[in-house]
Design a protein around this ligand. Sequence first.
Ligand code: UD1
Length: 421
Amino acid sequence: MAHYVINGGHRLEGSVTISGAKNAAVAIIPAVILAGESCVVENLPQIEDVRILEQILQHMGANVEFTADGAMRVDPRRINTHTVTFDMVSRLRASYYLLGAMLGRYGHAEIALPGGCSIGQRPIDQHIKGMRALGANVVIERGIVKAHAEKLTGAEIYLDVVSVGATINIMLAAVGASGQTIISNAAKEPHVVDVANFLNMMGASVKGAGTDVIRIQGGRKLHGCTYAIIPDQIEAGTFMIAAAATRGDVVINNVIPTHLEAISAKLMESGAQVIEGDDGREFFIRVSSTGRPRAVNIKTLPYPGFPTDLQQPMMAYLSMAAGNSFIVENIFEDRFNHVAELQRMGANITLNARTAMIEGVEQLSGAPLFATDLRAGAALIVAALAAEGMSSVHNIEYVDRGYEYFEQKLRALGADIRRVE
Ligand code: UD1
């Protein structure tokens, strides 16, 4: 198994370019099935989740190839199975999007329940509720979700919890339903909007994405298209936090600053400098910091609140703040697996249910560390970059799932990090 060896204490300085959004990519690639024609997806990150989806689609009979400039061309016309088995999906939580896409296109899908990061219970009841409302018969048998519909019909669906996955999955199925679907209490995350834009580019009618009511006029004839996905909000946020944690000065290119407002606000509150700019080609954000951060309080919330995916890197940063910070994790009840690792680096963190109290220490010290999920891995890397001395970060296959060329990008900023296979 590969691991990172990190010699901490180097300021990150320079510029880094953000890749395409993982969470948009893992929805848009399956959504190509709905087009029934070949689509080209540009600005895809080279990450493990994308490679797994490529393999799943190929296994299903789709033709998947990469163009010279790295875009993925997916031709779904030869798909010859509507079944996706556990060995294919076990490493990819977002495989549930195949359910909505296949149900919308073929009226039938059998998908093994997803794997992915273990950060809480992560039920999919809202996805299933939505598909049933559209007229599908959905059952779970021996770990496989089986959805079938002779005909899908638009419906009004109220989500009991704000769920990114359920919002997108219902959107996908609703595109294949006849008539209007209204999703209320929908998630407003940037990648929900990106998927809606992609569907519209294929000829669908999805209105209101980015607000909490989305209207889909289903049953339209769709066609192939070329689409470039948005920059990754979470990757950008991770580099912003790493810049501040190492008391560095980093220009983060290819970002959408409005997607990063919650992170910018909290970093500024902690004393870091955050400047937004436009170099005429793209937006950038520059994050710099010279001293020890001030303690700040964080509550994770659905967008536009502070994203749960950055809670863990933010905790690594606040471990070194002056004063006590409180972090309340409102989205996933068990997203604290990184705490024990940070404690081994000298962090002073007390957990009480969904709240972490972080008594900032002057300095973390390097240690052998074990990632338990994707963003925990990112948090440990941030901590190790800022800490004094050597750390090794193990289980980095989690990190490979979601960060493109992570160590290369960090090295280019001056980090002393190397991958040991
Ligand atoms: C997505 C993101 C993930 C991010 C999360 C929250 C992708 C591929 N992953 O995950 O990076 O951390 O949003 O921003 O986009 N819930 C239910 N029933 C459901 C669905 C969800 O109770 O049917 C609950 C979950 O347990 C959780 C909350 O709703 O407490 C939000 O989950 P959701 O937004 O669905 O997260 P994911 O789509 O899995």
